[in-house]
Write a protein that binds this ligand. Structure first.
Ligand SMILES: C[S@@+](CC[C@H](N)C(=O)[O-])C[C@H]1O[C@@H](n2cnc3c(N)ncnc32)[C@H](O)[C@@H]1O
Length: 190
């Protein structure tokens, strides 16, 4: 099952012409809040456009994904990126070692406590992903891939929310999709 999913993504990255070819707008808008040094982690990085923007901003960046095809494409386009073939949430770092984490269009709730652990006090989490939408038929989407209303506010309670918007109209795979955007800072005393 697992291997199948990774292979499926490999196939998409091998064949698809509709993949993103530039960094996500929300990251571009958030960049001025982020530090210009230290280490960044891009989870489920894909082809590396977001990770590269963070690297151009000044950070050393590790991008992880379970698609070897995506990682190879990222590395050949953006050689300065560090890459890791990782099946999330199987990832380990020592506590408080990262300055920025990017989580774009990927959801695994098991990562949330890891983000709290891996980020330095005052570190930043930039997250954008699909949201549960009561107005649309989302039967083709799995429940575990949809953020529920106010869920992130609860999961990251006590953090400083620089941006929190649950009503972003995004286009994913050619379809209108409700998304959530969050730029949050881990408290400096944790
Ligand atoms: C929708 S794409 C998002 C890519 C990129 N973050 C972006 O914003 O364009 C989802 C990515 O998650 C990766 N992925 C899905 N499940 C994963 C897992 N369990 N471990 C690692 N990567 C995973 C896929 O290979 C794919 O690159």
């Amino acid at each position: 099952m697992t291997r199948y999913q990774a292979q499926e993504w490999d196939e998409r990255y091998r064949t698809s012409g509709h993949n993103l070819s530039c960094p996500r707008e929300f990251l571009v808008e958030s960049l001025h809040h982020l530090p210009q040094h230290g280490w960044g982690l891009d989870v489920a990085m894909g082809e590396g456009h977001n990770a590269n923007l963070l690297a151009e901003h000044g950070l050393k960046v590790l991008g992880v994904d379970f698609s070897i095809v995506a990682l190879r494409k990222a590395k050949s386009k953006y050689p300065q990126l560090h890459t890791g073939l990782i099946h999330l949430p199987e990832i380990h770092f020592r506590p408080s070692c990262l300055d920025v984490i990017l989580n774009f269009w990927f959801l695994d709730r098991k990562m949330f406590p890891l983000y709290q652990q891996f980020l330095k006090p005052g570190g930043y989490l930039v997250l954008e992903t699909m949201r549960f939408d009561p107005e649309r038929d989302q039967s083709h989407l799995r429940y575990e891939y949809l953020i529920q209303p106010r869920e992130l506010l609860k999961s990251f309670s006590g953090w400083d929310f620089l941006v929190y918007d649950e009503n972003v109209q995004a286009t994913a795979k050619g379809q209108q999709q409700l998304a959530v955007r969050m730029l949050a800072r881990k408290p400096t005393d944790r």
